[in-house]
Design a protein around this ligand. Structure first.
Ligand code: CP3
Length: 340
């Protein structure tokens, strides 16, 4: 069944429907008891390699919340693990890299991704697309910078100091590293698109740690190399946290939709992005724990401010926190869906 006329694809291509589509980053995950039950006994990366688990976990939030899109259950480090990079996802911490990438010799460990490296993704996406019918499936990849930050630091980092030092000290090595990661991200998205993903999102979660000048010089060309070839293929979304100063540059990377966190109101974001921009966001995830009257007013504000853009995809400003009450998320989805 075609997803072309779904609210998500319409909004993402600047043909908005009667209301914004709604989905939540990290809608699949620890906020759902049914997710926690399914995950008993398998590591995160094992679960990401098991088609039946990928399919079921992806569908859980669609069934429960009635959201307007599914997002594939996977992780940004799945393609790295699939080409043999030693990586573990540690609960409560995030990805930890066995041997960080810091020298030219280390680059040899980042060979291109082949579809045969991730057969479980192809299988799960095909099954999901059949199951979802008119509801679009969002595929995703980590952007070159965010992947590089984990590979260089060896794990999550607050200040990204090693990553920033590397980009400035050895720009040639930096660009070679990001070039390889762009090839991997593009291939990972391509696998998902060929199997039927209707939309893809590029997560550059930590790009907001950079100055505009550094973003333009060290990151933008590589994100563009991932996104530009997809123009006219599927709608694309480009997201990062704390990117208020980078929004215009991020749009130049070529995605049709730019994700905005809660720090910049969507009307101001649309102004910074320029005419014709489609925005995604931007309810503050922390407010999921506030009184319903507060949350309701915030949801209405976000929807109102989103109307100033050429299209709006309702979402949180970042992922669902593990502590979120799933019933509150359902209520937020229902509220957005009631706002014609
Ligand atoms: O529902 C969805 O959004 C789809 C699934 C998804 C996951 N990771 C599943 C996951 C997506 C889109 C991601 C992307 C991802 N992974 C990003 C970019 C998005 C963002 O949040 O900015 C990043 C930075 C990662 C790396 C990563 N993986 C982190 C920081 C963590 C959290 C670590 C923790 O325990 O707090 C993970 C693990 C992870 N990825 C979980 C899930 C459901 C939790 C693992 C668990 O259940 O133990």
């Amino acid at each position: 069944m075609s997803t072309t006329e779904s609210l998500l694809v319409r909004a993402a291509t600047g043909r908005p429907g009667p209301r914004p589509p709604v989905w939540f980053m990290r809608q699949a995950g620890r906020s759902l008891p049914e997710y926690r039950a399914l995950r008993v006994g398998s590591s995160m990366l094992e679960a990401c390699r098991t088609p039946e688990l990928i399919t079921e976990i992806t569908l859980q939030p669609v069934r429960r919340h009635g959201v307007d899109a599914a997002i594939l259950f996977s992780d940004i480090v799945v393609p790295l693990a699939a080409i043999g990079v030693g990586v573990e996802i540690v609960a409560g911490t995030g990805p930890v890299i066995e041997k960080p990438i810091r020298t030219e010799a280390d680059l040899d460990r980042l060979r291109p991704l082949e579809p045969d490296d991730v057969p479980f993704v192809t299988e799960a996406v095909r099954a999901l697309v059949a199951e979802l019918g008119p509801t679009p499936l969002i595929g995703f990849a980590g952007a070159p910078f965010t992947l590089a930050s984990y590979l260089v630091e060896g794990g999550p980092s607050r200040d990204h100091a090693l990553t920033k030092a590397l980009m400035h000290d050895d720009p040639e090595l930096w660009h070679a590293l990001l070039g390889r990661l762009a090839v991997i991200a593009r291939a990972f998205l391509q696998v998902q698109i060929e199997a039927g993903a209707a939309v893809v999102q590029l997560f550059d979660s930590w790009a907001g740690t950079l100055s505009l000048a550094d973003y333009r010089r060290f990151v933008l060309p590589h994100s563009r190399a991932v996104l530009e070839p997809l123009a006219g293929v599927v709608p694309t979304i480009h997201f990062g946290v704390g990117t208020g100063e980078l929004l215009g540059a991020m749009r130049e990377a070529g995605a049709g939709v730019v994700g905005v966190d809660w720090r910049v109101p969507l009307d101001e974001a649309a102004r910074r992005l320029g005419p014709g921009a489609v925005v995604q966001g931007n309810l503050d995830p922390a407010l999921l724990g506030a009184e319903w009257s507060v949350l309701e007013a915030e949801v209405r504000r976000v929807v109102d401010e989103g109307r100033t853009a050429a299209g709006h995809v309702f979402n949180l400003g970042h992922g669902v926190p593990p502590t979120a009450d799933p019933d509150v998320l359902t209520r937020v989805a229902e509220l957005v869906q009631s706002l014609g």
